[in-house]
Design a protein around this ligand. Structure first.
Ligand SMILES: [Zn+2]
Length: 183
């Protein structure tokens, strides 16, 4: 099974994503102990993965040191919706907050998938080339909807995904990924 990182997707080159598996991890403020456990696990298989970072930790240097990994940003815009300016007083400042943590980031997934066309546009201006905020669960499509990246009107590459651990739990069923059916 071939693995790849999100930013390696070139929509004009089918082989950059067709038949590839993309592991992505939203770090979501996990403790270093938990994050280290996860990194150990992924490294033990020697596979590629994209890590969407929520916070600064010395473990980001470990991720950077592994050529199989890329680090993207996982900005949290939710506080803004509650009038909380912990990460910045507007979405531009929130993006800057996260780009300061991962200046080299070219991939982005927002926490809780909170995004908008304006956020995507400004993300691109700040160096983001690929985003992965569209969750299209197998359960919703019965596995017949093709999952493929596409170019947004502003040039950003949008990379939908099928599986998320929390979404799978919220559907309340165990899912066969191959058939999209319930088991
Ligand atoms: Zn998250």
């Amino acid at each position: 099974m071939a693995f790849a990182c999100v930013s390696e997707i070139d929509v004009h080159i089918a082989s950059s994503y067709m038949g590839k598996t993309f592991l992505t991890f939203d770090i979501d403020w996990a403790s270093d102990e938990v994050l280290e456990y996860c990194i150990d696990l992924v490294e033990s298989f020697g596979v590629k993965a994209t890590w969407f970072a929520t916070h600064a930790t010395p473990l980001l240097e470990r991720l950077r040191a592994n050529p199989n990994f890329e680090i993207g940003i996982h900005p949290n815009f939710l506080p803004l919706l509650n009038g909380d300016f912990v990460y910045g007083k507007n979405y531009q400042e929130v993006l800057c907050y996260y780009m300061d943590i991962v200046p080299e980031a070219t991939a982005m997934r927002a926490h809780s998938l909170a995004t908008s066309s304006r956020i995507l546009q400004v993300s691109k201006e700040k160096g983001i080339t690929h985003e992965s905020n569209l969750c299209i669960p197998m359960q919703a499509t019965k596995g017949i909807l093709p999952l493929a990246p596409f170019v947004n009107w502003d040039g950003l590459v949008r990379c939908p995904y099928h599986y998320a651990d929390d979404v799978a739990c919220m559907y309340g069923v165990l899912q066969s990924v191959r058939g999209g059916g319930h088991i």
